[in-house]
Design a protein around this ligand. Structure first.
Ligand code: GDP
Length: 286
């Protein structure tokens, strides 16, 4: 798969993150619950050394909840605080405030020992494009909060969103770039729509998705489209094109259109809650 990222953007984003990270106590890192590793950039661990860390399994509403729980445990074992959220609907958002306090316990205690009272916890949101950063900030900050920081007309300085319980959130999220070390990562990100479709061959990708669904979530294609899950992947795409009346001029089946329908349904949850990657299986102790 040929994916182009623009090194210029990446370098700029990284420099911005490095700058912003100096101002904060806590990193709220969003990952896509359907692809928690592929949607992560482990560089954040280096960038965020010595900071309190919270991972949000965002879009948890679209992911298999059994796997959500396994991922939660996986990241908790690595020392992260973890909350499952649906930023669009607000599910899980309420739990975050308490977890922030817990994640920043040491800072709060340190301040207390030094006699510093009411210094807010400063946090920033980070994640790869399309993971839901803006949606999360809007939902989390809600309507009640006030922006602090610079006044209109003053260009320098950061905007902080003041939340209750002594938390201030940087209003611009840190942008991380996906890391394509594993060749499967690009494919998984494409499945969930985190890579622009126009640079990919959607028909080819839809065959991969069909193969994945048949193997790991048997029955979902049948349930949605009333087609048999037998034969080759391309025959299933053909069957979907037929039942959905995807035709080009001259009665020829339109596979591109069928692929589009399949991806829209998958990404919007109409095929059900589906997780695309699982946490590595733990070694059994002898
Ligand atoms: P950003 O690029 O990281 O700021 O991502 P956005 O906030 O723009 O979100 C990208 C897309 O994901 C939008 O279409 C959102 O509506 C959608 N989205 C964000 N969070 C969630 C979520 O928790 N669940 C679902 N189903 N969709 C979400």
């Amino acid at each position: 798969m040929n994916i182009n990222w623009y090194p210029g953007h990446m370098t700029k984003a990284k420099r911005q993150m490095q700058e912003d990270i100096r101002l904060i106590d806590l990193i709220i890192e969003l990952v896509d619950a359907r692809v928690p590793l592929s949607s992560r950039n482990p560089d954040i661990d280096q960038l965020g050394m010595n900071k309190a860390r919270l991972i949000l399994l965002n879009k948890a509403d679209l992911a298999d909840d059994r796997q959500n729980e396994r991922w939660k445990e996986y990241f908790q074992e690595k020392g992260f605080h973890v909350v499952k959220v649906d930023s669009r609907n607000g599910a899980g958002i309420k739990a975050i405030q308490a977890v922030i306090q817990e994640a920043c316990k040491e800072k709060i205690e340190r301040d207390r020992r030094r006699g510093i009272k009411n210094r807010p916890i400063r946090a920033m949101v980070a994640g790869i494009p399309n993971v839901g950063k803006s949606t999360f900030i809007n939902t989390f900050a809600g309507k009640a909060c006030a922006k602090t920081g610079n006044k209109p007309g003053v260009t320098k300085g950061k905007q902080w969103i003041r939340l209750n319980k002594g938390v201030e959130l940087l209003d611009t999220p840190g942008i991380l770039w996906p890391k394509f070390e594993d060749p499967d990562t690009g494919k998984k990100l494409a499945f969930v729509g985190s890579i622009k479709d126009d640079i990919l061959n959607m028909e080819e990708l839809s065959l991969e998705l069909i193969g994945f669904l048949r193997e790991y979530y048997p029955g979902v294609i049948h349930k949605r489209y009333d087609v048999q899950e037998e034969g080759r992947d391309v025959e299933i795409l053909e069957a979907i094109a037929k039942v959905r009346g995807c035709l080009k001029k001259g009665e020829e089946l339109d596979y591109g259109k069928a692929s589009g329908i399949l991806f829209d349904d998958f990404r919007s949850g109409k095929l059900g809650r589906i997780t695309v990657e699982w946490p590595p299986v733990k070694e059994e102790k002898a």
